[in-house]
Ligand binder design. Sequence first.
Ligand SMILES: C[S@@+](CC[C@H](N)C(=O)[O-])C[C@H]1O[C@@H](n2cnc3c(N)ncnc32)[C@H](O)[C@@H]1O
Length: 358
Amino acid sequence: MSIAEAASPDAERLEQFVFRAVDEVGATLNAALVVMGDRLGLYRALAGAGALTAAELAARTGTAERYVREWLNAQAAGGYVAYHAADGRYSLPPEQTVALTDEHSPAYLPGFFQIALGSVLDSPRITDAVRSGDGVGWHEHNHDVHDGCERFFRPSYNAHLIGSWLPALDGVVEQLERGARVADVGCGHGASTILMAQAFPRSTFVGSDYHAASIDVARVRARTEGVEDRVSFEVAPAGAYSGGDYDLVTMFDCLHDMGDPVGAARHVRATLAPQGTWMVVEPAAGDRVEDNLNPIGRAYYGFSTLLCTPASLSQYVGLALGAQAGPALIERVITDAGFDHVRRAAQTPFHLVFEARP
Ligand SMILES: C[S@@+](CC[C@H](N)C(=O)[O-])C[C@H]1O[C@@H](n2cnc3c(N)ncnc32)[C@H](O)[C@@H]1O
């Protein structure tokens, strides 16, 4: 067989690939449709309502029937909504009801779609950056990236942070129960900070992030949740947040976004109490590219191309670890900054949790 013959496409495999792409184009458009359904209250109106016609759903949500009918058909074709052909009605199956309307469930999805759609909307800017090599900062993105980020991560933190991640760290829960000083660095809208503050009323928390608009939201959240007496927020880069002698420093899904993660890690080392702990939560990944060639790795490499890598490249040093850096690289950042002890304390399909000690 010649090289030309060996390289010629197989017609059947080509057809399969094209059909797979049809599904993916539908999925790409569905990101906008899910955000629309979430924003207009369409899923919430369907939840537990039995089977509705498009006109009934439109009337319940104050929307236009013709659009709602088209949206419902797209949702039914994708398996998000069930269509009852006998009477032309639509319903939301129980599993979809949880995933699309229950923001307390770890399976809650609208935030995932919101950050994905926000990232896609900003992609022309990233396309230019790929040409120039310039970075694009977290603060330069549209609000759906910031809001979607909070809504995407919060269900995981609700499910794991208090019940399993903190208990996996040596002696940390006992310290928090007695009353500890905690710095939550790169805290975004403060979801993790507030959750910890609610669970440990004797401890005090300082959340920080370089993005001023995120810190404004975090302050509002702390007031709404009634924890502002023990939680403060400041605008500060990870390499220069205030205070010291912290019993616990946390970083949730942000170390790899930083331009100078080793510099940030050195600041953590300098601001920790001698017996203090640094908890680092990073996206789940293996060390080798081939370990990450799966649906979760695909989503994270996508976010990494559109959000994380440009964010890091926009900052001093621009190390650009990427969202799929993997445990070996993360542990190297930690030890390069002078931490003698680091171990992987917990993991979920989406997250790795590291414990570091001086
Ligand atoms: C993916 S978001 C995670 C936010 C939050 N920790 C959460 O879990 O919801 C990454 C955060 O890192 C912040 N960030 C990036 N580089 C930073 C730096 N050098 N110093 C402080 N914050 C930084 C961004 O502003 C953003 O809020």
